[in-house]
Design a protein around this ligand. Structure first.
Ligand code: 1PW
Length: 215
């Protein structure tokens, strides 16, 4: 059997990594969160060169967070909750555009958080969509319901073009490497509630600290 990371696109493993993010206090652990994102990026990159444009920004964001995680304050970035406390307490979060402060972990994770909603809606759409649903339509609809609201016109245009190159549902499921179509649907049904939980906890955390609109 192939170990996780060998071919890098077993989506079951990727979603399980996200599931392992929650600790016993319902805090979100940064390392598996970033590992989950790395797995998603590897998966996206198997869908053709156009998607590397989509994954490139996620890669840059992951890298920023990994630098925090290996820097002098790495312990403060152990969980999303500790990151928010640390950055807020030390006035490290830029609430307005165009000031001199360096990029914060809070605004960086917010971008990944928003993208996670897209992923969740997209995979949920595929799961429930029936055998002849159009992947590109499901992807565009879930994008329009989530991430698109934060993107300028030019990015929306480019991502929508990338979506048109998505393979059909059957090929997409095959590319997930989790077995038959039925097994893929079953796996998603099991895994997606965990992604949603992660999303909801992050959303609540950011909302409580009024961080949902960070520039
Ligand atoms: C098919 C499965 C989808 C999984 C999610 C993939 C990752 C999502 C990345 C989308 C990026 C589109 C182009 C980049 C836009 C950036 O400007 C934007 N980033 C995000 C993640 O929305 C905002 O970041 P910025 O410019 O404020 O640093």
């Amino acid at each position: 059997a192939m170990a996780y990371g060998d071919d890098g696109h077993n989506l079951r493993e990727v979603l399980a990594t996200f599931k392992s993010c929650l600790d016993e206090k319902s805090e979100i652990l940064m390392d598996p969160y970033l590992a989950g994102w790395k797995g998603l990026v590897r998966f996206l990159n198997t869908m053709g060169t156009i998607f590397t444009f989509v994954s490139k920004d996620a890669v840059a964001k992951i890298q920023i967070m990994e630098e925090f995680r290996s820097g002098p304050h790495k312990e403060s970035y152990r969980t999303l909750q500790s990151m928010v406390s640390y950055e807020m307490a030390n006035n490290l979060v830029d609430m307005k555009k165009n000031t001199e402060r360096p990029v914060s972990g809070c605004r960086t994770i917010l971008r990944l958080h928003r993208a996670l909603l897209w992923l969740q809606l997209f995979l949920e759409g595929l799961r429930t969509g029936g055998t002849d649903c159009r992947t590109s339509v499901v992807c565009t609809d879930s994008y329009n319901a989530s991430l698109a609201n934060y993107h300028p016109w030019i990015i929306r245009k480019a991502t929508t073009i990338a979506f048109c190159t998505l393979p059909n549902r059957e090929a997409f499921f095959e590319n997930m490497k989790v077995g038959s179509n039925e097994e893929a649907v079953e796996m998603l049904g099991e895994a997606l509630p965990h992604i949603k939980k992660l999303y909801d906890i992050t959303q609540e955390l950011y909302s409580r600290h009024k961080l949902l609109d960070l520039p």
